[in-house]
Design a protein around this ligand. Structure first.
Ligand SMILES: Nc1ncnc2c1ncn2[C@@H]1O[C@H](COP(=O)(O)OP(=O)(O)OP(=O)(O)O)[C@@H](O)[C@H]1O
Length: 314
């Protein structure tokens, strides 16, 4: 083995050409992905676009109709049972015994999965997720953010190598979301690989890499900055008051693909910078407005990709 091969550990996930249909509906269309160990990998895309299905295929929880690959060095088609033992899965709908404490809930989960050494595992999970001093609190009394953390603790009891988080913070307030993500980063720093689906842009920006899936097709993937740069999208920002009429006038102009008001700023995007500048010319000389070139945001890029994707389901 060469020194270079030793330096680069094999990817945790390495799959090619995954296809999945439900009936005659093509839900995952030729998806290939590699994920390195310790990566937080985010999956974004419109509702029903196949994010959850893709994540489940990647770790053998579902068998693809075609395609192949490995997860944790094991074959996703033939070794799914062995993969599952090393995966922690936090689904959108997790539930607890509301009248049991945090520690009792975790102990219950550990018993249910027949885990040995329950005390050590429960204490370890409580410690790792900052729940130790709440161990006697009833699960039913927890706020949304702490419930989320308890769900995460339950997922890591069996000390998995890979975590699947399906929209883990839906409906949780921004502060709790941020803290939850701090925890995810700590787990990743310990070597856990995390696949997470989300609709939140701030969460996407906290992933090491992201994949945008629209109607089963992987439209783009990579680190956030690269996804933005490779989109080819150009954006101009118009700053000023009373931007409604400006937005209306710009909508549908040649070269203008998207117009969106954010408070006192208007984002105008398209693929051709010169065409954007031509459309903005009537406004560029106004003293009450300021037009500047800016990098598109991740949200601009996603909406652009969504507009471009064809809806295979229609
Ligand atoms: N077991 C199944 N049987 C039949 N259809 C399914 C099954 N699982 C998912 N689907 C369909 O496949 C499509 C993709 O679903 P999936 O849950 O992967 O999308 P998603 O991107 O995760 O959606 P959301 O953002 O709404 O969670 C949807 O149209 C869904 O109804």
């Amino acid at each position: 083995m060469t020194a270079a091969a030793l330096a680069t550990p094999p990817p945790v996930i390495d799959v090619r050409g995954l296809v999945k249909r439900f009936g005659d509906k093509l839900v995952v269309n030729d998806v290939s992905i590699r994920v390195a160990a310790g990566t937080i990998y985010g999956f974004l895309g419109p509702n029903g676009s196949g994010k959850t299905t893709t994540i489940r295929l990647l770790c053998g929880l579902l068998t693809p109709d075609s395609g192949e690959g490995t997860c944790l060095g094991l074959d996703i088609r033939t070794q799914s049972a062995a993969i599952k033992r090393q995966v922690g899965y936090m689904t959108q709908k997790f539930s607890f015994w509301e009248d049991l404490s945090i520690a009792e809930n975790l102990d219950f989960v550990a018993r249910m999965y027949g885990l040995s050494d329950r005390r050590r595992r429960v204490d370890g999970a409580l410690e790792r997720l900052g729940l130790a001093n709440r161990r006697r609190q009833l699960a039913g009394e927890l706020s949304g953010g702490w419930k989320q953390r308890l769900a995460l603790a339950a997922c890591i009891l069996h000390e998995p190598k890979l975590l699947l988080l399906d929209e883990p913070t839906a409906g949780v307030d921004p502060k709790a979301r941020r803290e939850f993500w701090d925890e995810i980063h700590r787990l990743a720093a310990d070597g856990l690989t995390v696949l997470v689906s989300t609709h939140y842009m701030d969460e996407a920006e906290r992933c090491h890499e992201i994949a945008y899936i629209a109607y089963g097709t992987l439209m783009t993937h990579g680190p956030v900055e690269r996804v933005i740069a490779e989109s080819g999208l150009r954006t101009r920002v118009v700053a000023g008051a009373d931007l409604g009429p400006v937005a209306t006038a710009l909508t549908g102009q040649p070269g203008v693909e998207m117009v969106a008001v954010f408070g006192s700023r208007l984002h105008v995007s398209g693929m051709n910078g010169a065409a954007l500048d031509a459309a903005l010319k009537p406004w560029a000389g106004r003293t009450d407005l300021r037009v500047t070139a800016a990098d598109p945001t991740l949200e601009d890029v996603f909406i652009h990709l969504m507009n471009r994707s064809t809806d295979n389901f229609q």
